[in-house]
Design a protein around this ligand. Structure first.
Ligand SMILES: [Zn+2]
Length: 305
């Protein structure tokens, strides 16, 4: 995949964005997915807002460009350099952090001078927006010095990554300046049973215990739609027959639209007619949407007394 939404994502964070000509087709081939964001500093010249951009875009004598997806200028301007595979991470400890799966951000810095506050603020907001857009936890934002193999091979970026992740988390779940966050899935009116969050995923799955007094399962999503590929209700597992405890399951996919939650009441009742229902599994497909914090919910309700 080519990550052609990178400019839109940066704008959703309220940041100044400069699109380098040709960025949407620049890369060493396709990305395999997005599982991490790897933060770097350029260790470049001390003068200028983004003096390393040509090197990041075109490479250097020993390594062809692009060397990162973004360059972050000292004033917080985001330069979008490439949408495809970039040579930024090198050897890493975990394949999820490799160039195939990680977005590389090169922040313009000498590596020794203090960081401008506006640059750090933009760095955190860009990472926040990327997490939102690709459904990543803040823990997927990592420093090059944290992912490199062997350990200690790299030292960038030269700030505390734990504090940086805390700063990202403090921004909340919505990208700053992104406007409408879409709100949350429809809230129940009747009960105090906690809902499970359904994060964007191509093959999401949650398993929940079913409260004995629950009357229905309600699956909802915010302003977008999602596909529920399976709902199953399960009873106690017989020791020697691990798959024999399914009491009821959907036979096909169900589309769930915004503000129109799917309520499974008769379905839960029919499962209970066959035995004690202990567990519920919900499998789903929920696409991330640029600039929006999309989540679905699944939870049980009991009828108002
Ligand atoms: Zn680096």
């Amino acid at each position: 995949m080519y990550l052609t939404a990178l400019a839109t994502i940066a704008r959703s964070a309220g940041l100044r964005v400069v699109e380098q000509p040709g960025w949407t087709t620049r890369g060493h081939g396709q990305m395999s997915g997005v599982k991490a964001v790897v933060c770097h500093h350029t260790a470049g010249p001390a003068a200028g807002n983004a003096p390393s951009i040509r090197v990041v875009q075109n490479g250097r004598a020993d390594l062809a460009g692009p060397l990162a997806h973004y360059v972050l200028g000292r004033d917080g301007t985001v330069y979008v350099v490439a949408a495809g595979l970039c040579w930024h991470a090198g050897a890493v400890l975990n394949n999820a952090w490799s160039n195939n799966y990680s977005i590389g951000i090169e922040a313009e810095a000498t590596g020794t001078a203090a960081w401008p506050e506006e640059q750090l603020d933009a760095y955190a907001r860009l990472c926040r927006a990327l997490c939102t857009a690709y459904g990543l936890p803040v823990s997927a934002v990592l420093g090059h010095k944290e992912v490199c193999s062997p350990r200690g091979r790299k030292s960038d970026p030269n700030f505390d990554m734990g504090a940086f992740r805390a700063r990202i988390a403090a921004l909340g779940t919505a990208p700053a300046g992104g406007g409408n966050t879409g709100g949350s899935a429809p809230q129940n009116q009747e009960d105090d049973m906690p809902d499970r969050e359904l994060r964007p995923s191509a093959n999401g799955s949650v398993t929940m215990t079913v409260p004995p007094d629950a009357d229905e399962l309600v699956i909802g999503v915010g302003w977008t739609s999602m596909t529920v590929t399976k709902v199953g209700f399960f009873g106690p597992t017989p020791g020697d027959r691990p798959d024999s405890n399914q009491l009821w399951a959907t036979s096909g996919s169900q589309r769930v639209d915004a503000a129109r939650p799917w309520r499974l009441k008769a379905e839960l009742a029919s499962a209970r007619a066959k035995g004690e229902v202990l567990l519920c599994e919900v499998d789903y497909v929920l696409a991330p949407v640029v600039g929006r914090d999309v989540t679905g919910t699944a939870g049980f309700r009991k009828a108002a007394a």
